[in-house]
Design a binder for this molecule. Sequence first.
Ligand code: HEM
Ligand code: CA
Length: 533
Amino acid sequence: DDCVCDVDAKYRTIDGSCNNLKNGKGASNTFFKRLPDENENNVIDYADGIGLPRAAKNGDELPNARLVSQAIMDEKLGPPIQRDRTSRDFCFPLEIPKNDTDLPPGCINFVRATGKLDEEGVRQQTNLATAFVDASVVYGSTPELTKLLRVPDSYLLKTENNLLPTPAGVNSCFDPVIPTRCPVAGDSRVAEVPMLSVQHLAWHREHNRIASELRTLNPHWKDETVFQEARKIVIAIFQHITFNDFLPLILGQAAMKRFKLFSRDVNEGVFSDPYDVDMNPQVLGSVNVAAHRFGHSQVTNEQNFVDEDCNTVTVNKLEDVFESPRLIQQNCGVNIPFIGRNLACTASNRIDNFFVDAMRNRLYRKPEPPGSDIVARNIQRGRDFGVAGYNRWRELCLLEPMKSFDSFEKFGKALKELYNDIDDIDLFVGGLLEKEMGFNVGPTFQCLLGFQYERMKQGDRFWYERPNQVFSFSEKQLRSIKENASVSKIFCRNLGIEKIQENMFLLHQSKRNKRVACNDIPDIDLTLWQEHY
Ligand code: HEM
Ligand SMILES: [Ca+2]
């Protein structure tokens, strides 16, 4: 959209529009992407080809998603220690079978994701967020939300008592502290669980800290300039941490290299230009409904308060805190450091086919008893989206499709009882059963996530490492970001924590990942942004 886009813009738009100047892809509120197959036809698997949820190959209904969840993904089936280190248009009933051992018979409330017909009359779903790694979880994906989050005519994001703002009319949470209401941030799921809320808070405060420093360094800048420059730095930190510290732990080194996801090593030069105007960054539906939901398997049953020595001081059961901001709002946020330390101190569960009961039997039990099942929802969501079965994705990923149920070893028998045909197995189920995986996701999810993040990087005109653009960082600025961007620093300083391990994504160890005082963690040198004239 050359006519509406400012091709010389120094800052990205909030909604991701005008990032790509040729195909315009990646903006919020646009369809999820369907992968074209060998013949350039979109890979879609609706029962009727255009919109009814996926069915089995022989035309029958697929096995009940709750049954699959019970048979394959119950934490009790796994090892005891899991840690690593419309009519049919709207409703798509998720039935709880009669003999379910954990939930009463009936239906789990499940509404189909809003669908719109594309030019070919095929049902498509809309991604409300931008496709880019652009810190839209901090700033929002629409100008309206950004406006709500910002202090008018200022470089700051709104806070209330140094906590996330709680504007009137936001009712997207359960049991907030009165008179305080539900918190808002760049993503509507901010109050899903306390450990997510504090992450939003850490980034929110980091924006305000950076912006305030930039204001002091550059009194002559307009407020808007201060805001956008701070936002640009926050986004760069976000991109650097996501691609260099987080993704390697999920995908493994080999996939990181295969998809060229690491940033350029500072010893080999600071700038790098991966941008490709023909790259479409849109998020694949299959990534949304299955591959990226690997995180649900990592969730633990508790969201405890943890002290400076990493000891639990209060047990908070996950099943009691879904959608409730109470723990983080109580007593002016006194619990925030305790929740923040839980993020740093506690191991997540393994990425595998086992899910804790709080997620698989008691999700949203409060305020909606008897509770929901995240696994059944994910399976059902895949069918709702018309996402093809697991074997089809293996094929598209150039992996050998599974030929026999026995290839799934221990769970082969259960799968055989549930599914008619091996090609019917849902992507979420097959992907998490891949046995090669230990610490990382298995090969199919590596392929899907690698493919996706490669596009989010190469399809991003504003990628933080790019040289010679109106928006490029100076060499010194970029070097300082790449050498010092640290999730530990951001969480430590912004959540009232005294000490933290150098890499918060890994557990603390006395030799390789020492616990240090926040102040001893190196920092980006913001004086490099001081403009002398
Ligand atoms: C306690 C923590 C979490 C809870 C309670 C939770 C809950 C949920 C729920 C209820 C949904 C919607 C399911 C549906 O009806 O389709 C969802 C979607 C999703 N979740 Fe989680 N989740 C959690 C953590 C995570 C983590 C750690 C990840 C990934 C690292 C993740 C990735 C996703 C993705 C990609 C979606 C689809 C998002 C969308 O379409 O908007 N979740 N989650
Ligand atoms: Ca697990």
